[in-house]
Design a binder for this molecule. Structure first.
Ligand code: AMP
Length: 208
């Protein structure tokens, strides 16, 4: 099963992708994680990507499609793409080098997103938290490592990321709907466990 995971910044894509990966034995491919690893490693791709990421804009399509194509070549079995494609061009390119079975769309009320992302704290192990539930703690509950805030999780960049999502990424819902591949989970006020239950129910329908 090859899945595209769609959702606004802060919709919980990373959290759900990690759970889907574990339950369905898929490879989790996150373009955001790949760019951040490149930035940390000081590579040419990282240097290029940083200015776009800091501005809340999309990294150019050429380099983005290439890193996804490369990582799919190294992948055995099914996968879940988290954060790719993010515009129509990338979706059309993806169809040239991959066989996507479905697009899982996490639908979240936009009014919740700014607070969700700006209050988000991350751990290197992949866990994420919201400051409102941490009671002042600054280490990960799962592995004890220090929590940090992503550089692009600040109000100015987040607003730009949300605009980029609305203008460029949200139209992909229609693209995958027209292809008969769109499954939508309405996240509403559900917590991550409840969202995952709905995700599994949707994926269960596909697997039948
Ligand atoms: P994410 O971790 O998915 O929120 O991505 C963080 C940032 O990386 C985004 O705001 C973009 O600047 C960049 N990025 C991630 N995926 C893509 C993509 N498919 N196309 C272009 N830029 C991307």
């Amino acid at each position: 099963m090859n899945i595209v995971l769609l959702g606004a910044p802060g919709a919980g894509k990373g959290t759900q992708a990690a759970r889907i990966q574990e339950k369905y034995h898929l490879t989790h491919i996150s373009t955001g994680d790949m760019f951040r690893a490149n930035i940390k490693g000081g590579t040419e791709i990282g240097k290029l990507a940083k200015s776009y990421i800091d501005a809340g804009k999309l990294v150019p399509d050429g380099v983005t499609c290439e890193i996804v194509k490369d990582s799919l070549k190294k992948t055995d079995g099914g996968y879940i793409l988290d954060g790719f494609p993010r515009n129509l061009f990338q979706a059309q390119e993806l169809d040239k080098f991959a066989d996507i079975d479905l697009c899982l769309n996490l639908e979240v009320d936009e009014a919740l997103l700014l607070d969700r992302i700006c209050g988000r704290r991350m751990c290197v192990c992949g866990a994420s938290y919201h400051v409102s539930t941490l009671n002042g703690k600054d280490v990960c509950e799962k592995c004890g490592k220090p929590l940090y805030q992503r550089d692009d999780d600040n109000p100015q960049t987040v607003k730009a990321r949300l605009t980029t999502y609305e203008n460029q990424t949200a139209p992909l819902k229609d693209f995958y709907l027209a292809a008969g591949k769109l499954l939508t989970v309405d996240c509403g006020t559900k917590n991550p466990d409840e969202v995952f239950e709905s995700v599994c129910a949707e994926l269960g329908k596909f697997n039948k």
